[in-house]
Design a protein around this ligand. Structure first.
Ligand SMILES: Nc1ncnc2c1ncn2[C@@H]1O[C@H](COP(=O)(O)OP(=O)(O)OP(=O)(O)O)[C@@H](O)[C@H]1O
Ligand SMILES: O=P(O)(O)OC[C@H]1O[C@H](OP(=O)(O)OP(=O)(O)O)[C@H](O)[C@@H]1O
Ligand SMILES: [Mg+2]
Length: 292
């Protein structure tokens, strides 16, 4: 099983980081290499340009791919399926035009020129509106084209909006919203390795924003403690060695260990509440992976 991942650009590092956290550690993959092995002898990695990854997967150079949804749409591949939204690399493709110009809506572009690195997505977008501008493909610095009279508008990526603002461009309409996806060629989807990889990556996403909470609680106040612990299922309750047990009759102040997975946002409040319910020795740790 070969996974194509971005070789550079803003998606490279977060993708490698995700693979590592999922336990798919890269080996023999020094910078600028085309391939890397992973700890799993059945899984290798191919480094490719973000824009080329969908083609590589469709053509069989790789079986799975990780890249932006925008790139998958632009490639117009019909034999790949999305397996997981990895949720980073969030951005929007927008139609934008000079702030002080006369393009206020899509209709104003009839007979006009639109420059973009995404000609296919742009073509599909305009096909839906019935407006037919000339679409000119450029390979970068798209934001400059309206100012050198190459285009009346552009379709380009925006996230913070800084680049558009710097170039005195305003959004006319959103074309597509994107984030990074795991996808695979349809003829390999039955391979159990695919589900293994998907589960491993998904477990990292599941664990993000979750914390593992451990505490000791008096057995006779367990219901109170349980009541204030939010989140996934009930907490796990365990006897503490040396406390109670079969040999001894349970003492009034017998303590048990309580473990639970809690949303990061709720940790602060939960700690106060479990303390009020008698818990002590409270520990909060990060979770690396979580398979539900
Ligand atoms: N500003 C941004 N914010 C969030 N995601 C972005 C942004 N720009 C690009 N992306 C996402 O990252 C993908 C790759 O963009 P990136 O800029 O890393 O590569 P590139 O410029 O196309 O590649 P190359 O460096 O090979 O020319 C895009 O297709 C998009 O999905
Ligand atoms: O809304 P913003 O936060 O300003 O982001 C938008 C910019 O980010 C991307 O460029 P990138 O920085 O990847 O440079 P590139 O043109 O070399 O790809 C994209 O092509 C836009 O130009
Ligand atoms: Mg870029």
């Amino acid at each position: 099983m070969r996974i194509a991942v971005p070789n550079k650009g803003r998606l490279h590092e977060p993708t490698i980081d995700l693979l590592e956290r999922a336990g798919l550690h890269l080996e023999n993959g020094a910078d600028r290499k085309l391939y890397a092995d992973t700890v799993d002898p059945d899984v290798s990695v191919l480094f490719a340009r973000a824009a080329d990854i969908p083609e590589y997967v469709a053509d069989g150079a790789a079986d799975l791919g990780i890249t932006g949804y925008d790139q998958v749409q632009e490639a117009r591949v019909d034999n790949v399926s999305e397996l997981l939204n990895l949720e980073f690399g969030r951005c929007r493709l927008v139609l934008a035009a000079p702030e002080d110009g006369d393009i206020d809506g899509v209709d104003d572009l009839e007979g006009g020129i639109v420059a973009t690195e995404f000609p296919n997505i742009t073509e599909d977008f305009f096909a839906e509106t019935g407006v037919e501008p000339d679409i000119v493909e450029v390979s970068g610095a798209t934001e400059l084209t309206p100012h050198v009279e190459m285009a009346d508008a552009i379709v380009d990526i925006t996230s913070t909006g800084t680049t558009l603002k710097m170039n005195r461009l305003a959004v006319v309409e959103e074309v597509l919203s994107s984030s990074v996806r795991l996808f695979g060629r349809e003829d390999v989807l039955d391979d159990p390795k695919v589900e293994e990889v998907r589960t491993a990556l998904s477990s990292v996403k599941q664990a993000e924003g979750k914390r593992y909470l451990m505490m000791n609680a008096p057995r006779d106040r367990l219901d109170e403690v349980r009541d204030v612990i939010p989140g996934m299922g009930g907490p796990t309750v365990m006897d503490i060695a040396g406390e109670g047990g079969e040999a001894q009759a349970p003492a009034d102040d017998e303590m048990v260990a309580v473990h639970a997975v809690v949303d990061e946002q709720q940790v602060f409040e939960t700690i106060t509440e479990v303390k009020n319910a008698g818990a002590s020795d409270i520990l909060v740790t990060e979770i690396e992976r979580l398979v539900e």
